[in-house]
Design a protein around this ligand. Structure first.
Ligand code: SRM
Ligand code: SF4
Length: 565
């Protein structure tokens, strides 16, 4: 048997790309609506995906148009979801001028433009950079957007966490000059930096990481960023009001391909306690171990979770210790206990207020029912709040003066935007991925199906007197898990045309995986399938027991019999 390693095709594309340049500059101006196969892979590292409007495809085919009409998604990475009113206003202008007139807040505190034509790609990316934001490393085989609890709470803790998010984002940002050359220099003048081998990617090297890599920072009593789903999570350890260090968690991930048995969602493992001064170097060692030993043959096995499963946690930790050059200390006993959705009015602790506005699946648009985009513009122009994006695809307006609170509410009402106080807890904690029509991997609807599903669920909860329960519902249009559906109370995962796999038994704190309650449930039967389980929960729950904990305690067999019998 030959020991020869057959690298995945993406590895060769990266290797020969001269640090992510490839043929992008030439293809950008070749008059076609899309890019060649290699460039499509490289473009992800620049923060953009080539897509198609799948709604329009059938119509185009019916009209005899065989050509694919390419459109692009452009993702801005925003560490900790922290931006200014001016930056949000500029992104809103971009979605109107160069996108499909909607802006999307993502499940990782980023922003996405959809429907950008190739001819507008360069201008979109350049204008995002003009406002001191970037798309570099928002996608691709690098460290993605660093997540962090977005609460603008005054005092050293939240401030320190946000600073760490920015520091990690900078430290792990790709260094290649091709991003600057392709998107930020003037093609007309032909001005270009020649990419040579002296361009150094000190952390990633020439072939970058085997796969995407994700980092997040959380607090034990507020795991709003879902730390157990990250490749590398940092849980702040607080003693006497000070951060004394972090429990470092490694190897979380949600993606699964049901047809490939060796793929699965995994919770991160608690690896070590690191002091604040050690965080960057230990994180770098983790990333480098994944760089050097992660699977580069099979992209379905390339995430850090599979390397750790393969080696075992202690062997992985030993290798990280070898890279960092000293032994690591065991984790502190602290763990996650709760999640704050940050919605509604909160005092920041510095005399200012923060308002959390629940945005349905993160989609910012104007329509006949409500003018969310216009409301955001009015708020940003008049009140100029700090903006924070949450991990639940919603928006926080920070630093609001007491005197401006009623004006903010008035601006929302004038534009028919429902206040968060009007929503039940189940809506405030919900997440849905983009799915149709832009996501090329979607099997079912998600973002567009979620409002109806939530309304039905709210009605059922109210009918059963459970409307005040804190239940997390997350929906995705395929099993890749972009809305983190495998560790919450109720997960709805698109599996076949208009059919979902229904998961229960995770929990809001996000530290437990769920199990399948029923597979291939038609969309219009989702709530009817859940109803008997909710009823049994109501009658059998122990004192203060949550829905997720109840489903976990009672177990798959009993509940499956209830709704499949
Ligand atoms: Fe995701 C691929 C959207 C968060 C796991 N994700 C995609 C693509 C790019 C589809 C593609 O490859 O062609 C989707 C673009 C759709 C579109 O039209 O915009 C997409 N993912 C999203 C977003 C926008 C969902 C949302 O509605 O908010 C999120 C963008 C976050 C950001 O700002 O960076 C998004 N994706 C996630 C998360 C959640 C998280 O990271 O907290 C996950 C699960 C965690 C994880 O990574 O394990 C996630 N996305 C995936 C996967 C499966 C990865 C795996 O290990 O198997 C894919 C497919 C892939 O990579 O091959 C994927
Ligand atoms: Fe697309 Fe699937 Fe991710 Fe949803 S979960 S955005 S359908 S890849």
């Amino acid at each position: 048997m030959s020991d020869e390693v057959k690298l995945s095709p993406v590895e060769e594309i990266k290797e020969t790309s001269q640090y992510l340049r490839g043929d992008i500059p030439e293809e950008l101006v070749d008059g076609q609506t899309g890019f060649g196969k290699s460039s499509v892979q490289l473009l992800k590292h620049h923060g953009t995906y080539e897509q198609e409007d799948r709604d329009g495809r059938a119509e185009r085919r019916a009209n005899g148009d065989k050509e694919t009409l390419n459109i692009f998604m452009v993702r801005t990475r925003i560490p900790g979801g922290k931006l200014t009113s001016e930056q949000l206003l500029a992104e809103l202008d971009l979605c109107d001028e160069l996108g499909n007139t909607t802006l999307r807040a993502t499940s990782r505190q980023g922003l996405q433009l959809h429907g950008v034509l190739k001819t507008n790609l360069k201008e979109s990316i350049r204008r995002i950079n003009d406002i001191q934001l970037t798309t570099l490393g928002a996608c691709g085989d690098v460290n993605r957007n660093v997540m962090c609890c977005p609460a603008p709470t005054a005092g050293p803790i939240h401030d320190q966490l946000q600073k760490l998010a920015a520091e990690l984002a900078n430290h792990f940002a790709p260094h290649t000059s091709s991003y600057h050359d392709i998107w930020l220099t003037d093609v007309e003048t032909g001005e270009k930096t020649k990419v040579t081998d002296d361009v150094v990617e000190p952390i990633y090297g020439k072939v970058y990481l085997p796969r995407k890599f994700k980092m997040g920072i959380a607090l034990p009593d507020d795991n709003c960023i879902d730390i157990y789903t990250h490749d590398l999570g940092l849980l702040a350890i607080i003693r006497d009001g000070q951060i004394v260090g972090y429990n470092m968690l490694v190897g979380g991930g949600q993606g699964v391909t049901p047809a490939i048995k060796k793929t699965y969602p995994a919770l991160a493992h608690r690896m070590a306690f690191v002091r604040p001064a050690q965080v960057i170097e230990v994180a770098e060692a983790v990333v480098k171990v994944q760089r050097d030993f992660g699977n580069r043959e099979d992209r379905k096995q390339a995430r850090l979770k599979y390397l750790i499963a393969d080696w075992g946690l202690s062997a992985f930790k030993a290798k990280v210790e070898e890279y960092v050059g000293y032994p690591l200390t065991a984790c502190e006993p602290d763990d996650v206990t709760d999640v704050d959705h940050h919605m509604g009015w909160r005092e920041q602790g510095d005399g200012k207020w923060c308002y959390g506005l629940c945005v349905a699946s993160g989609r910012i648009l104007d329509n006949d029912e409500m003018q969310l985009k216009s409301a955001l513009r009015a708020i940003c122009r008049e009140l100029k709040p700090g903006i924070r994006l949450t991990a639940q695809q919603s928006i926080l307006f920070a630093d609001i003066a007491e005197a401006d609170r009623s004006r903010l509410e008035e601006l929302l009402r004038t534009h028919h935007v429902p206040l968060s106080e009007q929503a039940l807890p189940v809506r405030l904690l919900s997440l849905a991925c983009v799915a149709w029509p832009t996501c090329g991997l979607s099997i079912t609807e998600s973002e567009r199906a979620m409002p109806g599903v939530l309304t039905e669920l709210e009605e059922e909860l109210t009918r059963q007197g459970l409307e005040d329960e804190q239940i997390t519902v997350r929906m995705t249009g395929c099993p890749n898990g972009c809305a983190r559906p495998y560790n919450c109370d109720i997960g709805l995962v698109g599996k076949a045309k208009e059919k979902y796999t229904l998961y229960v038994g995770g929990r809001t704190a996000g530290d437990r995986l769920s199990y399948i309650l029923k597979d291939l449930v038609p969309r219009d039967e989702l709530i009817a399938t859940l109803a008997p389980v909710l009823a049994r929960f109501k009658s059998e729950r122990s004192d203060g027991e949550s829905f997720g904990d109840y489903c976990h305690r009672v177990g798959a067999e009993a509940l499956q019999a209830l709704c499949c019998g």
